[in-house]
Ligand binder design. Structure first.
Ligand code: RM4
Ligand code: MN
Ligand code: MN
Length: 429
């Protein structure tokens, strides 16, 4: 599709650059008064990256209905095309997480070079044993890696091994496992034995983790199992990742906790115990709503980044979390939601970079709760938008990504180029 991105971007810069420079200089003076060099903060903003989920560029759905949008991607190649548009405009999303078998390529080498030609990498594979796939011998209706039947467990293990073999061909560096295993009713599952089976299966997967790779395990409180899940919270996840070994880590998906849980505390503890693998960013009001990052609880997102920036500042050994979005878009254009979400995550990171850590430490030492919170709030309430926009502009991205995207009429073009298919979940049926 021929979209004149260069012309659109230049028009965006011409229109918005004067006001941006004005705002940037003003913010620069404000920060300088606090001893902060705005260009150093901009450099950190520019170095920030967050991966997009291949399954996030298509419209999601609920268990009631799915309302497909126009021009949805029909193949993994079209998903990569959409991800490239996102990265072209926001400049912080060069990596894509793949979901297998939704994104299973016929020719992995061809997929890898297709992505590379578009400046994209395929850094993480995600396995899917939470639904049945055509041609498989055994059903996952009653579980996968934790199933009572060893044949089902073997099949689920083999799928994970396949994902990793494929990932090596694609240049991935991590494999991420989320399972739907659990029980809908009290008594349905022997709670301890199910976890034993999980660990046995995970050990078989971890044993063949490719060299240089990390294994992420993702806990979730409920859903699709409504009464109990096997990897139900961060404590169990921590225990399992420690049992597995040095290259196994816990992954925190923001929507996988009970309402009101203090996620930043969980993050701090996982950092402290050397087991924070990464994130699936999204936001929620009630459950695993998979809403756009920063849309409901931006302060929580900031507080999580406060822990992350603090850990990096202190040089915590082995601290190297992987940042990924994991969202489902039901009422928005997924490309717009992913762009906005990536920028919200980056915004929280940049705000956290502004925290006066020496002052905060002093307030903490003196038990001055008012000033400690005020120190955090000073960073959180700073409008860092000019820093983010300048970082994008300097890298050839958009000052106003959503406006440029809308002006491109990319979606309208897709509506004719990609006739809508009937889809289920993240895959194409
Ligand atoms: C799950 C979990 C996984 C994601 C699936 C689609 O709730 O968040 O990470 O792969 O949804
Ligand atoms: Mn997730
Ligand atoms: Mn989820």
């Amino acid at each position: 599709m021929a979209i004149a991105w260069d012309e659109l971007l230049q028009a965006d810069w011409r229109r918005s650059e004067p006001a941006l420079l004005d705002d940037y200089e003003h913010l620069g003076r404000q920060l300088a008064r606090r001893g902060i060099d705005i260009t150093a903060v901009q450099a950190r903003a520019a170095a920030f990256v967050v991966a997009v989920p291949s399954w996030g560029v298509a419209t999601g759905g609920t268990r009631f209905a799915r309302f497909p949008g126009p021009g949805e991607p029909r193949t993994v190649f079209e998903k990569i095309d959409d991800c490239q548009v996102i990265n072209r405009l926001v400049c912080i999303t060069p990596d894509i997480s793949l979901h297998i078998p939704w994104d299973e390529p016929d020719d992995p080498a061809a997929l890898r070079s297709f992505a590379a030609e578009r400046g994209m990498t395929l850094g993480t594979t995600n396995s899917n044993t939470f639904e049945d796939h055509s041609g498989q011998a055994h059903s996952y209706k009653f579980g996968s890696l934790c199933h009572t039947d060893p044949a089902v467990r073997e099949q689920a293990i083999a799928h994970n091994l396949h994902c990793m073999e494929l990932g090596v061909k694609l240049g991935a560096r991590a494999h991420s496992i989320w399972i739907g295993d659990g029980g809908n009713f009290p008594g349905q599952q022997h709670v301890r034995r199910a976890l034993d089976r999980y660990l046995d299966s995970l050990r078989a997967i971890y044993a063949v983790l490719p060299s240089g790779w990390r294994l992420f395990i993702e806990h979730k409180l409920y859903e699709p199992a409504f009464y109990s899940t096997v990897l139900n919270d961060w404590g169990v996840s921590y225990y399992c990742s420690r049992e597995l070994g040095d290259r196994a880590f816990s992954l925190v998906d923001f929507g996988h906790h009970a309402p009101n849980v203090n996620v930043e505390m969980i993050v701090a503890r996982l950092i402290q115990f050397g087991k924070l693998g990464g994130f699936h960013f999204n936001d929620s009001q009630y459950g695993d709503d998979d809403l756009d990052a920063g849309s409901i609880k931006p302060f929580q997102l900031f507080l999580v980044f406060n822990e992350l920036v603090d850990a990096a500042f202190e040089g915590v050994a082995g601290f190297d979390p992987c940042y990924m979005l994991d969202q489902s878009h039901n009422v928005t254009d997924p490309i717009e939601s992913l762009m906005v979400s990536a920028m919200e995550v980056q915004r929280a990171y940049v705000q956290a970079c502004l925290v006066d850590r020496a002052a905060l430490a002093e307030h903490q030492e003196r038990n001055d709760a008012v000033m400690a919170l005020a120190t955090l709030k000073q960073a959180f309430t700073a409008d860092v938008a000019p820093i983010l926009a300048m970082a994008r502009h300097a890298q050839g991205g958009a000052i106003n990504p959503v406006a440029v995207y809308r002006a491109s009429r990319y979606r309208q073009q897709l509506a004719t180029d990609r006739p809508t298919l009937t889809r289920r979940g993240g895959g194409i049926v």
